[in-house]
Ligand binder design. Structure first.
Ligand code: FA5
Length: 341
């Protein structure tokens, strides 16, 4: 029996040396030290041996079993390393490949324009003031010098709510009244950004909701020249230092005098194109000196205080900067458009 145990050990160790796959390794393992293996069989049958042989056979069988267990484990580890080396060599994993990109969101083109506008006005000392989008008829029109039934109200087609006297603001100008009433008689320098709503036909240049940025400066000795200089400085910061700016007479009930601010067309450099309707100029804002009635409604004495105001359309500004031909892209939620920014 002792002889047989030594034979099994020697044969198994020899076979192990040449085994190259894990299936064969496991088969040899179960034939020797597995549950039905020969060595396990010998250990089980020790009881049938003559008592004087039992200790020696038992001891050797256990020793052989332990040594073979170690040998099998060592060979198994060796085969595993070989497999790993082979799969790395065959290029199944290329650790130099860049990782899969995580899809990231991005800022809406209007948000980006708004942030640039905020930064330019901030440098000139204008703070942001947030005003409500659901507004009273009185503030949107009456306090801005447009009493009920005044024909100037027709300039803004309006969404009314089912509550009498409550509407969606048609422009950011009612915010002028709120900020003046909050700060009078302090001097004011604010911009009022936000969404406005108009009951208009939607076209390539007109939406029923769009963003405006209103501006308001109130104080002592504020003149038309301050308005012109400030608007020109803003336009040059946004569109480039050598852009020409021009001011045209206009009319708004809440400013006197009133004007429109035009910038030399950025698409054709003033030569004339479809976008500027062959004039070479693009309108960016309405503006003017705050009307005495509006100053009074805001709590400022027009004999002592003066001010200027302006209102610009953010979608139109963004269209011009990026050559976007249709305003409807902004709220169409089409990723093919949004991913370009
Ligand atoms: C106003 O809304 C005045 N409140 C502006 C103002 C403020 C004048 C303070 C004087 C003092 P207007 O209706 O022109 O004016 O609109 C201002 C800007 O909003 C326009 O120059 C244009 O850029 C933009 N805009 C007007 N209607 C639309 C529309 N339907 N879709 C997109 N942008 C529009």
């Amino acid at each position: 029996m002792l002889e047989r145990l030594r034979e099994i050990e020697a044969e198994t160790l020899k076979q192990l040396e040449s085994i190259e796959d894990r299936g064969a390794l496991h088969r040899l393992e179960s034939a020797t030290i597995g549950k039905k293996g020969e060595i396990t069989g010998i250990l089980r049958s020790i009881g049938q041996l003559p008592p004087e042989e039992r200790p020696a056979v038992g001891q050797l069988a256990n020793e052989v079993k332990r040594r073979l267990e170690a040998a099998f484990a060592e060979r198994e580890e060796y085969l595993r390393q070989q497999e790993l080396a082979r799969s790395l060599e065959s290029g199944a994993i290329d650790v130099t490949l860049p990782g899969r990109p995580v899809p990231t969101g991005r800022l809406h083109p209007i948000t980006r324009t708004l942030r640039e506008i905020y930064a330019i006005w901030a440098e000139m000392g204008f703070q942001i003031y947030r005003s409500r989008e659901v507004e009273e008829d009185e503030v949107n029109f009456t306090l801005l010098n447009m009493p009920p039934h005044h024909p100037a109200r027709d300039m803004w087609d309006t969404f009314y709510t089912t509550t009498e006297g409550v509407l969606l603001r048609t422009h950011t100008s009612p915010g002028q009244i709120h900020v003046m009433r909050e700060y009078a008689p302090e001097p004011i320098r604010v911009i009022l950004p936000g969404m406005v709503y108009r009951y208009e036909q939607i076209t390539a240049r007109s939406e029923i909701q769009f963003n405006q940025v209103e501006g308001l400066a109130v104080g002592h000795s504020i003149h038309m020249s301050d308005l012109k200089g400030t608007m020109a400085a803003f336009a040059r910061r946004l569109y480039g230092a050598d852009r020409r700016v021009r001011f045209r007479c206009s009319h708004f009930p809440f400013t006197e005098p009133s004007m429109e601010v035009d910038v030399e067309c950025i698409l054709c450099d003033g030569e004339g194109c479809n976008v500027c309707k062959h004039t070479g100029w693009l309108e960016i804002a309405g503006a003017g000196m705050v009307h005495p009635v509006v100053l009074k409604n805001g709590g400022y004495d027009p004999a002592v205080y003066s001010g200027f105001a302006f209102g610009m359309g953010v979608e139109r500004i963004t269209m011009l900067r990026h050559g976007i031909e249709d305003i409807r892209y902004f709220w169409g939620n089409d990723l093919r458009f949004l991913e370009q920014f």
